[in-house]
Design a protein around this ligand. Sequence first.
Ligand code: ATP
Length: 357
Amino acid sequence: MASVELKALGKRFGAATAVDGVSLRIEHGQLVCLLGPSGCGKTTTLRLIAGFIEPSAGEIVVGNKILSSPARTVPPEGRNMSMIFQSYALWPHMTVAENVAYGLRIRRMDAATIAAKLKAILSTTRLDALAGRYPGELSGGQQQRVSLARALVVEPETLLLDEPLSNLDANLREEMRFEIRRLHDQYRYTTVYVTHDQAEAMTTADLIAVMNKGRIEQLGTPKEIYERPVSAFVARFIGGSNILEGKALDAERVSIGGTALRTTGRPLRAGETVAVSVRQHDVGLQTAAPAGSDNVLHATVARQVFLGGYRDYTVVLDDKTEMRATVSADNDIPPGRDVWLSLPAAKCRALMEGNTP
Ligand code: ATP
């Protein structure tokens, strides 16, 4: 196994910049997710690592070997990496066992070694009972397990996954997230995992690199990214936050539509414009003004949806700012009603300067 290091990596397509100075070090055995919205440059970064495309700037170093630079790129087959695609890409005319063993055969391993490795990986990926089936006889989740088994059996130095679960239905997707993490804990390959799904990244990753417009906006553990987003973009993208904007009254209070809101996160300068992030599920919703409590904003219900375990409200503050609140499913308030929002000071995070929406 080896570390993977991206050094000021850049990729332009004509006049468009897809990847813009990405630097990232992934240690041996770590699983790093590249997370971000469509078009932010995740897949291009992964394809650069795989060697399918060449960088316009920067380098990719694996262990102590330069694999990519604008001057020289080692081809994909010379990289000892396995890639797993959204589309599974299994051979339809081969059984599960033949698909999985294919990579061992082309490496000309002897029959006994192939049989032993095949048996072990089919057992780990819980495919033993399906070894004789063809891909067309498998569910989407089973096919994705075959593509995982096929990628792992060749013992790659680096494992690359490109939106591997996006073709699966919601339940299966959730199950496979745990499966991927379980296999990672067992094999500890250096892994780069591309996804636009925050829950998938939170479940699988040691570190998450949140990407925006070809750059890494924040790198951290799932907990750091969730609890201490550095920007409005990260706060919104991870776990649904409201971003409120106001003027600082003193070191900790911000005026939002005339109401003082106590915040946490960093000391404020009186008079500066501040963006405050509050998660939807940290917003309390009442139909009467709570007596004497701080951090309460008046609003009107615009709409609400019942989502089984909870209700998702959209409310409008007096200054016309929209906010979302995720509250108990029993809390059923019709549109048009006055409500009071309680925003606990500990949950109102003042974002870094210059990060107003
Ligand atoms: P998605 O989740 O939609 O796949 P992504 O974050 O993986 O998005 P990329 O596929 O890396 O994004 O694309 C980044 C940008 O580069 C986009 O604006 C895309 O249109 C552009 N791009 C990607 N590949 C090419 C190409 N071969 N030629 C021209 N532009 C490209």
